[in-house]
Design a protein around this ligand. Structure first.
Ligand code: AMP
Length: 281
């Protein structure tokens, strides 16, 4: 297992691997790794010869009052889990290594980054798009795997890779959930025991909403979903039905549409999403 904390070490390791003609996968993360991340690494290992896991809590994707400073950092455990799951290289750059003095370029995908989560986290997707572009250019992987858990993020990355002709195949990986349906997230550890009991209602509401959507008025069903979440103790940012490629909001159910939700439980912001068909099949 190679641990690279700077670009030079990373690229020297990658040179060796490229010399041997190995196929490289990148799994970008912010650390605090859990089984959801492990599933991405395992999938990457099945598809390629060498998996690079990046661990970088990217300051530019956090808003001023968000949780950057308290975001969980569990590096030693992360290294173990990444290795067990099949990673060969960990790239854990410092902020200085990633953003050298005077850094000022921003990659923005436009409207797709301004809707849904982007409405509530205005510069979030610019931060994500910029750091992922840098990671892809630094590593030049054959594939990069992103979880559908962060569905808007996956769409944003697909958009930028297509728009900028970056020769990396983007792979979307299924959402890994707890037994009670709560999607695994590094932020779940912020939940109090009482909040943890309520948390799976987010998933159940998505299921119920998806189930009722096909045959009912969309705005009424979405309003009912928001009311159910509010009654359970959530403060809902949005619950929307969207086109699964463009993320454009839909007023009517269409084949291939996706439900996306973001809501606060106390001080924890949770997101989730679901394909309407998946739930109805
Ligand atoms: P993060 O460390 O939260 O930035 O996540 C790194 C990658 O892991 C992203 O592509 C996420 O979508 C993915 N991921 C996080 N949680 C899950 C999950 N429960 N299931 C599948 N992928 C996940």
């Amino acid at each position: 297992m190679i641990i690279a904390n700077d670009l030079e070490t990373l690229q020297n390791s990658l040179l060796e691997i490229a010399k041997n003609g190995k196929k490289i996968a990148l799994v970008p993360t912010m650390g605090a790794l859990h089984t959801g991340h492990a599933s991405l690494i395992t999938q990457a290992k099945e598809m390629t010869d060498c998996v690079v896991v990046s661990i970088f809590v990217n300051p530019t994707q956090f808003g001023k009052n968000e949780d950057y400073s308290i975001y969980p950092r569990t590096f030693d455990d992360d290294v173990k889990l990444a290795q067990q799951s099949g990673a060969e290289i960990i790239y854990a750059p410092t902020v200085e290594d990633m953003y050298t003095n005077g850094f000022s370029t921003i990659i923005s995908v436009g409207d797709m980054g301004k809707i849904l989560c982007g409405k509530f986290r205005p510069s979030h997707f610019d931060g994500v798009a910029t750091v992922v572009t840098k990671l892809l250019l630094r590593i030049m992987p054959h594939i990069a795997i992103f979880g559908m858990k962060d569905y808007q993020q996956l769409c944003v990355i697909e958009r930028l890779v297509s728009d900028l002709d970056i020769p990396t195949e983007i792979v979307g990986a299924p959402i890994i959930r707890e037994e009670d349906g709560l999607a695994l997230s590094s932020r779940n550890r912020y939940l109090s025991p009482d909040e943890r009991k309520i948390a799976p209602i987010l998933y159940k509401t998505l299921q119920n909403t998806a189930h009722n959507l096909k045959s009912n008025n969309v705005s009424e069903i979405l309003a009912k979903g928001i009311a159910d979440l509010t009654e359970a103790g959530y403060k809902v940012e949005y619950l929307e039905l969207c086109d699964s490629f463009t993320l454009a909001p839909l007023a009517e159910y269409e084949e291939g549409s996706r439900l996306l939700v973001a809501a606060w439980l106390g001080k924890t912001r949770l997101i989730d999403n679901m394909s309407v068909e998946e739930n109805n099949d």
